[in-house]
Design a protein around this ligand. Structure first.
Ligand SMILES: C[S@@+](CC[C@H](N)C(=O)[O-])C[C@H]1O[C@@H](n2cnc3c(N)ncnc32)[C@H](O)[C@@H]1O
Length: 420
């Protein structure tokens, strides 16, 4: 984690950038990655500090707001600059342990010519009183309600603990031998190594040699369901290619399709770095038709991505019910198309990095109702501590493997086309 500097001039630029990121994410619905990209041009240390401050703020937003509301007579509007600046300052104190003098000195210039006295007064009051640690931050109210109804209060509590910290980094290896020969981290499943506090990915041993790629263990589960004997495999929403690389490394002949040319370019770079091979196709899966069927199709569908909240806390603010509904509709249409591309007796593996049952369980239930030519193949145990649903699909929830650093929320199901 970058250490907050106390150089006033530099520190202010980083906080201005953090303010822009927070505004882009909360008011304009951008992803953190896009918001950070838009602000490039800062020295790397300032850029890293800006991302860290914005990230810490998004991890604890409801609790930070409660602190601010407890210290103001009139409620500050949600998107007011004063609330934004106070959120950033409090997040630095709680999440980055920034000294009081540094966070006050860098907060006030952000509201010059504006509510400077108000911000100074509220910050002073809160800092004098002392701030709580917030080890298990609340999630946005609508998310807690939704996940509480779907998964129960224990899962919400586990998600609160999980969002407090950046998760560990999982590496996937092309072979067991390469994994066994790697000197760092623990293995939680075959071809997996988990590193704590990894730092810059490109600086890790083996990156340049293409020994591994970054992939949360949960995200590596769907490709493990593709039967070993499948010669031709389509990765239908493939970019940036984590699952394509797993499939290619397992010896399948892989076609990697994605509608985004720029994301497919990243996939090609990843293949090149790791020395793996796949044929790439830029196309919209809703319009494309393959020349012949495949032995297996992996559909890692676009989704709300709420399962990635530990790394991308902003997803909890972007994934409104209307977005989840739109995603669910798209997923059903993609499933219907992909189902026609599987040969009789072949496999269709569906996956989403979502914690919403509308994007996982409900899509598969609807699919099985509409497609009597498919049955659900019960998944084997893919990793110790990852639960199988009695129906046979895999549902990964907050709280699983918590002592080892947890997992992204995920859903995957293996469907087999009847006949042979
Ligand atoms: C969840 S991401 C895939 C991640 C990838 N499987 C991996 O493991 O690295 C979903 C992908 O679906 C692509 N996508 C969205 N709609 C699509 C469509 N109609 N046709 C093809 N690709 C689509 C997006 O561009 C995005 O790259």
């Amino acid at each position: 984690m970058p250490s907050p500097d106390t150089n006033k001039q530099e520190g202010v630029e980083a906080r201005k950038a953090a303010l822009r990121i927070l505004d882009a994410v909360l008011r304009r619905g951008q992803t953190m990655d896009n918001a950070v990209q838009a602000g490039r041009g800062l020295p790397p240390a300032d850029a890293a500090l800006a991302s860290a401050i914005a990230g810490e703020t998004l991890r604890r937003l409801p609790d930070l707001d409660a602190l601010i509301d407890g210290a103001t007579r009139q409620r500050l509007p949600d998107d007011s600059k004063s609330r934004m600046v106070l959120r950033l300052a409090l997040a630095q104190k709680i999440g980055l342990k920034t000294p009081d003098h540094a966070l006050v000195a860098t907060a006030l210039p952000l509201v010059d010519g504006g509510p400077r006295r108000l911000v100074h007064g509220v910050l002073g009051t809160l800092l004098r009183k002392g701030l709580p640690a917030i080890d298990a931050p609340r999630l946005p109210e609508d998310v807690e309600r939704r996940w509480g109804e779907a998964w129960g209060d224990d899962v919400v509590t586990a998600a609160r603990r999980a969002i407090a910290h950046r998760p560990p980094l999982d590496l996937s290896f092309a072979s067991d031998e390469a994994c066994a020969g790697y000197r760092d981290g623990n293995s939680l499943a075959s071809q997996n190594r988990r590193l704590e506090h990894a730092g810059a990915v490109t600086e890790l041993p083996g990156f340049g040699q293409g020994q591994w790629w970054v992939q949360d263990l949960a995200s590596s589960l769907p490709a493990r369901l593709i039967p070993a004997g499948s010669a031709n495999v389509l990765d239908a929403c493939a970019a940036p290619g984590g699952k394509t690389m797993q499939l290619a490394a397992a010896g399948h002949r892989v076609t990697a399709l994605d509608r985004s040319e720029s994301r497919l370019a990243r996939l090609s770079e990843n293949l090149q770095r790791t020395g793996l091979h796949a044929e790439t196709v830029v196309a919209d899966a809703l319009e494309w038709a393959p020349p012949s069927t495949f032995d297996a199709v992996l559909l890692d569908a676009p989704c709300s991505a709420t399962g990635t909240f530990r790394r991308h806390p902003e997803v909890l603010y972007r994934a409104r019910p209307a977005i989840i509904e739109q995603s669910a509709d798209l997923q059903q249409r993609l499933l219907a198309r992909a189902a026609d591309w599987v040969r009789p007796g072949g496999s269709l593996v569906y996956a989403v990095c979502s914690l919403e049952p509308q994007e996982g369980e409900e899509r598969i239930e609807q699919f099985l109702g509409e497609r009597p030519d498919y049955r659900l193949e019960p998944a084997p145990v893919l990793a110790d501590g990852v639960a199988q649903h009695p129906h046979g699909w895999v549902r990964v929830l907050p709280g699983m493997l918590e002592a080892e650093g947890g997992l992204d929320g995920f859903f995957t199901a293996h469907l087999v086309r009847r006949g042979s």
